[in-house]
Design a protein around this ligand. Structure first.
Ligand code: NAP
Length: 302
């Protein structure tokens, strides 16, 4: 194997340890810890397991954590009322509304009601604008893109002047990571191209990428011959391609694959992220980092 593996599982551990140490220091100096509330409406099993993981991680790093679970039939007005309550709650620095919401609730209206200074997911239009302006304006980069950038930086990949090609233009991955990589600053300062289903020759763009970030949700989309030798390949895709029995639990689990032909690509790239165990573990980690940042902004120590 030519490529170095960039393991999200290992980077997650480093970052969570850093956050835990910083939380302890702030607690000692300022007598407060970051507060995170997760609002879950209904009992979607995937959302419930995701929320459980967020809560577990928040406890691990020493946050004050509230899980606010509401029934499926909670009205939109009642949900907006809850958000207003947490917007005003001085002990809460981050508000997270787990998606998807039930059909009778306008998701956009709900997300836009979150105080932008507590929007640790970074999806509020104000935070999207702050990201676009960059520099000192940036408060909360969305968690998956923030995780991707952190992985690139911690792997020691040169970003300044690098050709970055992003496959996918979603609001949660493609557009924000492209914006972040083109900012003038550390871990960025790259020349960025975004490609999508309207792009004429996907292969030729990917082939000149020093850093190729793939977030399409199409297994095996990126072929080995599209990868520039020695480049850094970040595979964001998480695709269920089958099922198997877990050796640990004996239960059925999904077989996951990324958007890149990993076995062939790892022989060509200089760095590559695996799926699973690559970008996946970074999202909740960066949510913790944003929540800590939110408290630091409030204390004037960010
Ligand atoms: P999305 O909203 O479906 O967007 C996919 C993007 O890829 C779109 O912009 C689409 O182009 C583009 N695309 C799809 N097929 C393509 C093709 N054949 N050629 C070129 N472009 C193509 O998906 P997303 O939310 O960004 O997620 C992408 C993948 O990342 C998914 O597998 C998702 O599960 C995974 N993901 C992982 C994490 C994590 O690990 N923490 C977080 C978020 C997402 P158009 O705009 O032209 O349709």
């Amino acid at each position: 194997m030519a490529a170095k593996l960039i393991k999200g599982t290992e980077i997650r551990e480093q970052i969570l340890e850093e956050i835990t140490a910083e939380v302890a220091e702030i607690k000692e100096k300022h007598g407060v810890v970051p507060g995170l509330v997760t609002i879950l409406v209904g009992e979607n099993p995937a959302s419930m397991s995701y929320v459980t993981l967020k809560i577990k991680t928040a406890h691990r790093v020493g946050f004050h954590e509230i899980q606010d679970s509401q029934s499926e039939d909670l009205s939109e007005d009642a949900l907006l009322g809850l958000i207003d309550k947490y917007n005003k709650d001085e002990t809460i620095n981050g508000i997270l509304v787990q998606l998807p919401l039930p059909k009778h609730v306008d998701e956009k209206k709900v997300l836009n009601a979150i105080d932008p200074d507590k929007d640790v997911d970074g999806f509020h239009p104000v935070n999207v604008g702050r990201l676009m302006i960059g520099g000192g304006e940036l408060k909360f980069p969305p968690c998956t893109p923030a995780g991707i950038q952190e992985m690139i930086v911690r792997a020691g990949v040169e970003t300044k002047g690098a050709e970055v090609v992003v496959v996918g233009r979603s609001n949660i991955v493609g557009k924000p990571i492209a914006n972040m990589m083109l900012q003038k600053g550390v871990g960025a300062n790259s020349t960025v191209t975004i490609v999508h289903t309207g792009t004429k020759d996907l292969a030729s763009h990917c082939q000149r990428a020093d850093i190729l970030i793939v977030a399409a949700g199409v297994p095996g989309l990126v072929k080995p011959e599209w990868i520039k030798p020695g480049s850094c390949v970040i595979d964001v895709g998480v695709n269920r391609i089958g099922e198997k029995i877990s050796e640990k639990t004996g239960k059925k689990i999904a077989i996951l694959s990324g958007d890149v032909d990993f076995d062939a690509a790892k022989e060509i790239a200089g760095w590559i992220t695996p799926v699973p165990g690559g970008v996946g573990p970074m999202t909740i980690t960066m949510l913790m980092k944003n929540t800590l940042k939110s408290l630091k902004f409030k204390l004037g120590i960010a």
